[in-house]
Design a protein. Structure first.
Length: 473
């Protein structure tokens, strides 16, 4: 009896187990079907999105193509080079003041009748334009700037490329080492004259000027000036069709339009135009000329947010009337800084340009010493060698007075500490040169106050011309 019941219960449990297993398999099968349907729905949705994207791509490509065809039929304004003439020849990046030039954006000249689309260019290299890669991105120009095309056409053919040609070693052929910009400012008979930056032609074996028609003309370097970073070139005038109109940097106001024209990133983008405003006037920028990380000169510049890119150096900064107001020179190169470029004011540049053109150098007052700042002298030498007490804190220590110089004729000697010229207190060689070059003239008699062995003395000397341009005071 018990055995029969046990067997019956076993069969019943076995049947229930099979039914439960069948239900479980059925549930799993239904779940799998639901998952497959969801996957199909997701794939269908992705397929629809893909089709939509492809349709948009087709529409955009068609729109760009039509716009390109439209622009191809529109006439270009006279005076600017083709934006895509030849391969990038290489731009010049120079640390003039501890700051270098950055590559940012360039703007093609607007059409005279209707604003064109501009070209915004990005490059991964700022030091070597031969390795620069470019992505050309169409953007729109503000229609309110369309009237600037007339101003640009007044000077565009006068802005040229300047190629610095060097021989790398004894066995190699001369080749372009960098490309900058220049401005034709004068045409006189068979010659025309170009102003550019000193650092654009520095170290060149030969220099070529590249006109807006693509013609390369051999240039003669008439003179350079390191302090102002200016150089003057002379070329044959037979193919020169336009000369820049000289304006006045003294009439500028902060906020007015400023336009930079030049050859950024080499000849491929020759004649490029960038627009901004005058951001600041009479800015002082310290320059290290001998690589000792100490300022040797302070130059006064115009600050602008118009992009000054590698190769723009030596190009034109113009106002809204197309008048030359500055020579583009440098830009601060820091990750946290954008839109701070500098140009040499034309009012400051003009006297230097005139002297470089006529004599090849700039005549500056000269006293004939080399010196270091007193602040650089260790305290032990101030006390033992110079015999100075604590009351003398500023000045320059004479390291050498050149034979036959005004300083030597006036009796200045090594270890004399100059503290004053006329009524100007002197604390560094920078102070001394700034005062001499800005406040005095060749032939002036000046009074020198100095300390010798701790005793305060004075002497007078007559300023003469520097024997060599850019020779320290």
């Amino acid at each position: 009896m018990t055995s029969h019941n046990d067997h019956h219960n076993y069969n019943r449990f076995e049947d229930e187990g099979k039914q439960q297993e069948e239900h479980t398999l059925q549930d799993q099968s239904e779940q799998m079907n639901d998952n497959i349907e969801e996957q199909h729905d997701l794939e269908s949705e992705q397929h629809d999105q893909y089709n939509s994207i492809e349709q948009n791509k087709t529409y955009l490509a068609s729109s760009v193509s039509k716009e390109q065809q439209k622009r191809a039929k529109e006439p270009r304004s006279k005076g600017l080079w083709s934006m895509f003439a030849s391969g990038i020849a290489g731009g010049l990046v120079v640390a003039v003041t501890g700051a270098t030039l950055l590559s940012t954006g360039i703007i093609e000249q607007p059409n005279t009748n209707e604003p064109q689309e501009s070209i915004a260019q990005e490059t991964s290299s700022t030091a070597d334009n031969n390795d620069a890669s470019t992505n050309v991105i169409p953007t729109a120009v503000d229609p309110s700037d369309g009237d600037l095309s007339a101003a640009i056409s007044n000077i565009s053919d006068a802005v040229v490329g300047v190629s610095n040609i060097q021989q790398i070693d004894l066995w190699s052929q001369s080749q372009p080492a960098g490309t900058g910009s220049g401005v034709i400012y004068k045409k006189d008979g068979e010659h025309a004259f170009v102003v550019t930056n000193n650092h654009v032609v520095e170290g060149a074996r030969d220099v070529e000027v590249i006109l807006t028609n693509g013609e390369h003309i051999e240039a003669e370097v008439l003179g350079v000036d390191q302090l102002t970073d200016l150089a003057v070139l002379r070329i044959d005038s037979s193919q020169v069709e336009q000369v820049a109109t000289i304006g006045s940097s003294g009439d500028l106001t902060v906020g007015e339009t400023a336009i930079a024209i030049g050859t950024p990133l080499g000849t491929e983008f020759a004649g490029s135009v960038t627009k901004g405003i005058i951001s600041g006037l009479e800015r002082s920028v310290e320059m290290d000329l001998n690589g000792d990380r100490q300022p040797d000169w302070t130059t006064e510049v115009i600050q602008t947010d118009a992009a000054i890119n590698p190769g723009n150096s030596g190009g034109a900064l113009i106002n809204s009337q197309g008048e030359l107001i500055g020579i583009n020179s440098m830009k601060i190169a820091q990750e946290a800084v954008e839109g701070i470029g500098f140009a040499i004011p034309i009012d400051s540049a003009k006297p230097v340009i005139d002297q470089l053109e006529t004599s090849g150098s700039v005549a500056r007052p000269f006293i004939g010493i080399s010196a270091i700042s007193l602040s650089e002298v260790p305290d032990a030498h101030k006390e033992r060698t110079l015999n100075l007490d604590d009351s003398v804190t500023d000045g320059v220590v004479v390291a050498d007075a050149q034979n036959g110089s005004p300083a030597a004729e006036a009796g200045l000697e090594q270890y004399d500490v100059i503290t004053q010229i006329n009524d100007k207190e002197i604390s560094s060689m920078l102070d001394l040169k700034q005062y001499l070059y800005a406040e005095t003239y060749i032939g002036d008699e000046v009074t020198i106050t100095f300390y010798r062995d701790g005793q305060k003395q004075t002497t007078t000397l007559t300023l003469t011309n520097q024997d060599e341009a850019n020779q320290p005071s």
